[in-house]
Design a protein around this ligand. Structure first.
Ligand code: DLL
Length: 432
């Protein structure tokens, strides 16, 4: 049909353009300088910080120059709530999304029409890296609303000409029957909701599904959970990363090699030492700092994501020339230091998934005892077991935790289904 033609063609072009030519350094830095200049002209709060350091937009023309620019954080946006971070005229804003902080006000993010198009193209590109095309039926089980997950996948899949099922999250049994009745071939949701869907599918007779790919993100998840989801759902499970401040999902995503996430050419990624802010070499783990040379409404300049990852050296065998980042290990604010050892929830997940008979659901309690950080884990078995089995699983789990994390952590194994499930992100750490 004529109406569908250009949309499908457009996305395919995006993929082809990206594979053949990334923007030149000159083009990227000209884009960034033009954003910085507009911020200076309009008295944007970031421009004031640049001026305090004596840096002018024209000083930034190479990757090395980037470190001249001050970093920004979530608090810069929050302190300018609601829309003080805006760098365009309010009348040019066509969409507003938000992400919830752990306390207080949400972080609001605004988009121009051009920003929305950039986001949709990035999402189409990410999904096409794993082979999504116009024949797919994409079940979007991320929440629609202020959260960016639902709309991000919706627009990207639409641009690819796929059929979108905008079901949002929740109502697991209905999700499963629609998935089966429509023959959904691609699922997009949080990994913890995918787990819940897998439980729903197993409860309501597992066959008759046409799923081939799952796109999971919005929270960190381990390779062990990936293996479990791949075998339980009969899919390839693709890791897709993003954050609202950068637009939403679509900053980076895996290709079918599943060896690192390709970073969209619209962003310049650096990793820094979170304490000194020194820029790290490729391959060294640190905090991801992102700059967009395109985003207009809410500029993203040297934004500290708090996400711990490394940039991967060398080209990907898939041929896509964009740089890659390793899977995010966790957020620096979710890292617990137990007797000197850094512990991320994704490591706990990996240790649990490695023990046969355990379900990947778990919750960490964290507290301080005489100033020292302590933690314990509540986890679940996947099905009813007798006392002897549970004892053996306990021994295996203690070994697995010590082996993969390096410290002994107390845990309790609960009956199947004992822990609360969520439709979106799982709350992995309860701080007491
Ligand atoms: O979570 C956007 C998103 C939606 C990404 C759907 C992927 C899929 P925020 O609500 O702003 O935006 O949360 C962003 O979530 O800084 C990471 O800590 C975490 N995160 C997102 N994707 C991944 C991932 C969306 N693939 C925060 N792996 C980020 C690990 C992730 N953590």
């Amino acid at each position: 049909m004529e109406m569908n033609g250009p949309a499908k063609g457009d996305a395919v072009m995006t993929r082809i353009n990206r594979a053949q030519e990334c923007a030149s350094r000159e083009e990227k830095f000209a884009g960034l300088r033009s954003i910085l200049s507009r911020m200076a002209e309009t008295g944007h709060p970031y421009a004031k910080r640049m001026a305090e350091r004596g840096i002018r937009p024209d000083d930034v023309s190479s990757y090395e120059d980037l470190s001249l620019l001050p970093t920004t954080t979530k608090y810069d946006i929050l302190n300018n709530y609601p829309l003080g971070w805006l760098a365009v005229d309010k009348k040019d804003v066509v969409r507003i999304h938000a992400t919830n902080g752990s306390t207080g006000k949400p972080t609001l993010v605004a988009y121009t029409e051009g920003d929305l198009l950039m986001w949709a193209r990035n999402m189409a590109w990410c999904m096409s890296l794993a082979g999504v095309n116009g024949d797919d039926i994409v079940q979007v089980s991320f929440a629609y609303g202020l959260f960016t997950g639902g709309f991000g996948f919706h627009e990207g899949a639409s641009l690819l000409g796929a059929a979108v099922v905008p079901i949002s999250d929740g109502f697991t049994d209905r999700q499963v029957s629609i998935m089966r009745d429509l023959g959904s071939s691609v699922l997009a949701c949080t990994p913890s909701y995918a787990l819940r869907l897998a439980e729903g599918i197993e409860r309501t007779c597992g066959d008759g599904l046409s799923l081939r790919l799952g796109f999971f993100g919005a929270e960190s998840w381990s390779d062990e959970l990936r293996k479990s989801l791949e075998s339980r759902l009969g899919i390839k499970a693709i890791d897709l990363y993003g954050l609202s401040e950068a637009m939403g999902p679509g900053v980076s995503s895996e290709c079918l090699e599943q060896n690192g996430l390709h970073i969209s050419d619209d962003f310049i990624a650096q990793t820094v030492d979170p304490k000194t802010l020194e820029t790290l070499e490729d391959g060294s783990e640190g905090e991801l700092v992102l700059t967009s040379w395109k985003k207009q409404a809410f500029p993203l300049v040297r934004y500290r994501t708090r996400d711990i990852t490394s940039l991967m050296p060398g080209p990907c065998p898939c041929g896509e020339p964009t740089p890659r980042m390793a899977r995010v290990r966790g957020r620096s604010d979710d890292m617990l230091i137990i007797r000197g050892v850094n512990v991320f929830p994704s490591q706990v997940e990996a240790a649990i998934c490695a023990v046969p008979g355990m379900s990947p659901n778990f919750q960490i309690s964290a507290w301080r005892d005489s100033g020292l950080q302590e933690m314990s884990i509540d986890c679940e078995m996947s099905g009813e077991r007798d006392a002897e089995d549970i004892e053996a699983m306990g021994r295996d789990l203690a070994h697995s935790i010590k082996q993969s994390i390096g410290v002994t952590i107390p845990f309790e194994i609960l009956p199947p289904g004992a822990l609360q499930r969520t439709d979106g992100r799982a709350e992995r750490i309860i701080k007491k």
